[in-house]
Design a protein around this ligand. Sequence first.
Ligand code: COA
Length: 530
Amino acid sequence: MTVLRTRLDTAAPAFTAARDAMLAKLAEIDAEHAKALAGGGPHYVDRHRGRGKLLARERVELLLDPDSPFLELSPLAAWGSDYPVGASVVTGVGVVAGTECVVIANDPTVRGGASNPWTGRKTFRAMEIAERNRLPLINLVESGGADLPSQSEIFIPGGRLFRDLTRFSAAGIPTIAVVFGNSTAGGAYVPGMSDHVVMVRERSKVFLGGPPLVKMATGEESDDESLGGAEMHARTSGLADHLAADEHDALRTARRIVARLNRTRPDPPADPDPPRCDPEDLVGVVPADLKEPFDPREVIARIADGSEFDEFKPSYGPSLVTGWARLHGYPVGVLANAQGVLFSAESQKAAQFIQLANRADTPLIFLHNTTGYMVGREYEQGGIIKHGAMMINAVSNSTVPHLSVLVGASYGAGHYGMCGRAYDPRFLFAWPSAKSAVMGPQQLAGVLSIVARQSAAAKGRDYSEEQDAAMREMVENRIEAESLPLFLSGRVYDDGVIDPRDTRTVLGMCLSAVHNAPVRGADGFGVFRM
Ligand code: COA
């Protein structure tokens, strides 16, 4: 077993500069997290409390085992959009009665908890995590249903929610709905399609159409309780399996339901060694300027148990570090970019390493800092496309769980080869230092400039250098802004932006979650182009 030793000089000005830059970015991210935590703001929060109701996060906290952690997902969803940060829903993985579950809790203080397109994306991502990792799904429901002004963007895709709930049930993934308030129209199918339903006396309102709509449709006079109250559903319609006296009772009942699911999972590994290198230093590993290389072993040394790492092919394809470690006791294979560029040797090494991990049923961790595959005549002639294709084939057809962390750059097809979001990592988190786009902003603006210049020449037109400079600057600024973690997290292209110092904890929780489903390597891959 090899123990990694750090070469990081924490007294050097470069370390201080990197740490200061990272802490400044973290403060910016924290300010955005605070917006999500504030929900709909003091007015709506006070009104909600005044009605004797618990906030979404309080419901989650009471549902989970005391003092157990909650891995919140996509807290920055909807950032940069017209909708409030957080997308009016709280999602995450937590432990209920000893069982890891995915929890989805509407935030009724944000526009009545109504679902906008970002709520949809965030909810579906949480459901995907439940499905792939076979985690029971608990919905804490109180929502005005579809956000009516944006109905055209959610009505048709949003229908998948109800389809997926019943498919989960068919696949043996338990689904539980606890209804705290409104769950009307399409929302009524959340309890309708769930395996277990809890409603709260005088609080739950579950009907296809409320009194005004019924009056319009049939002329019948009705009231909330007789149309969709908890008592009615528990005694008459049979939609509610449990009638809770209040919110606390409902959450206690949900915990009892989970306790009776009779789910077993292997115990987590006992007493793993902490890293020998100090995880606090992770804030100073990535230089503020991503063009400066850094050694990803400095990251591995601070997340792996005992900082132990057995490197695979260390002298071959050195710009990709591959090797075996344990993290919170779980065996993992690690792929981490070193010098940024992926050449043919790195790509082939990755393809081989991913196959080995599949043979050994070992989950893979991808630490991204890549500017993509190498371009240029020599490399094209050397077969960089087919070698990159080997790596992408391996990552696409690998069936062991993949966890991705964007620590630095993640550009171009390199993002794909390193298991970017479209390649179905079980979880994908970003550090505040990450940047991801089709290519770097300067390169992209430069390519556009060359294309525009050639196009003008072909048409025999003059090309204005002044306009070119303005266009480049505008494009560079836009691409830079679109490649930042806040923007990408806002679009739910990751599962959250994390403090680098939390990486080991977050990955440990992910590894625990993924072991709820069988961890089995692939029996075969696509045809490797030689
Ligand atoms: N779409 C868009 N905005 C909505 C909304 C929806 N479905 N439901 C509520 N909101 C907005 C309200 O307009 C209000 O905005 P404002 O404060 O800026 O005026 C805010 O959210 C809070 O709503 P309010 O009605 O004051 O809250 P409440 O807690 O008293 O009632 C509901 C919440 C959900 C019971 C009530 O708003 C409602 O019945 N909404 C419509 C439900 C519906 O029929 N949805 C269609 C289902 S497909």
